[in-house]
Design a protein around this ligand. Structure first.
Ligand code: AP5
Length: 225
């Protein structure tokens, strides 16, 4: 996968909680060699490590609310300034508000970079609930499974690192409702912004992960299914 002029490829994955952003971002990263940058995973790692950032955001993430824009801004300024992001990135879970989208525009403009595509993964709510309810994640390496659609080889154990799998605390039913509310109110307005900018690639997120990936690949030049 390459971009004109060697300027790099910058993709954003947009979609409701549990739509499959992380699953698809992983696959795009694996095939393209671009770094998969997930704000959710960066925050969960900080919480797991008990870092100052982790201590500040733990309660917010557990309640399913959005972390303040200023704090996410600091995290992403730092992450996007690292060497591996120079030639592009697959952004998963960022931007999530209008203020974050403005910030991303500023970061990219400063570096003479642009966004190539904003991939919107569209999945009906009952499917979302089923995907989140069955999700199991590795507390150590962050690998993601599903009890029915993508089970580990040994039940409850991570294929990648052998650690125990668990349910994310923010996947509890009451918290999912708050996360869906935050998505509808704060993130969904970005869809229109990116549609107007001619960057939006709406993708049907139903079906097996490989089927969803083929639909994405059909709309992203250089990404082969
Ligand atoms: P984040 O981790 O970004 O959570 P999210 O957006 O709610 O998305 P999820 O990780 O729940 O789902 P996903 O779409 O990646 O789906 P997945 O591929 O895992 O954020 C968590 C929290 O951090 C937020 O609530 C907030 O507090 C904070 N935060 C993060 N970013 C922030 C920001 N920018 N600003 C402020 N706060 C921020 O798939 C779900 C399940 O379905 C898995 O089990 C998977 O195996 C399965 N699956 C996936 N695709 C398929 C398929 N095609 N068929 C069957 N099963 C599938």
């Amino acid at each position: 996968m390459s971009a004109a002029g060697g300027a790099g490829v910058r993709l954003v994955l947009l979609g409701a909680p549990g739509a499959g952003k992380g699953t698809q971002a992983d696959e795009i990263a694996r095939r393209s060699g671009l770094p998969h940058i997930s704000t959710g995973e960066l925050l969960r790692t900080a919480i797991r490590d008990g870092s100052p950032l982790g201590r500040r955001v733990a309660g917010i993430v557990e309640r399913g609310e959005l972390v303040p824009d200023a704090l996410i801004g600091e995290v992403m300024e730092e992450r996007l300034s690292r060497k591996d992001a120079e030639r592009g990135s697959v952004l998963d879970g960022f931007p999530r508000t209008v203020a974050q989208a403005d910030l991303l525009d500023r970061i990219l403009a400063r570096r003479g970079q642009t966004l190539d595509r904003v991939i919107l993964i569209e999945v009906p709510e009952p499917v979302i609930i089923e995907r989140i309810a069955g999700r199991r994640s590795c507390g150590r390496c962050g690998a993601v499974y599903h009890v029915r659609h993508n089970p580990p080889k040994v039940e409850g154990i991570c294929d990648r690192c052998g650690s125990e799998l668990r349910q994310r605390p923010d996947d509890a039913e009451a918290v999912i409702a708050e996360r869906l509310r935050a998505y509808r109110e704060l993130t969904a307005p970005l869809v229109e912004r990116y549609r107007r900018a001619g960057l939006l690639l709406p993708v049907d997120g139903r079906g097996r992960p490989e089927e969803v990936f083929s639909r994405i690949a059909a709309g992203v030049p250089g990404l082969r299914a």
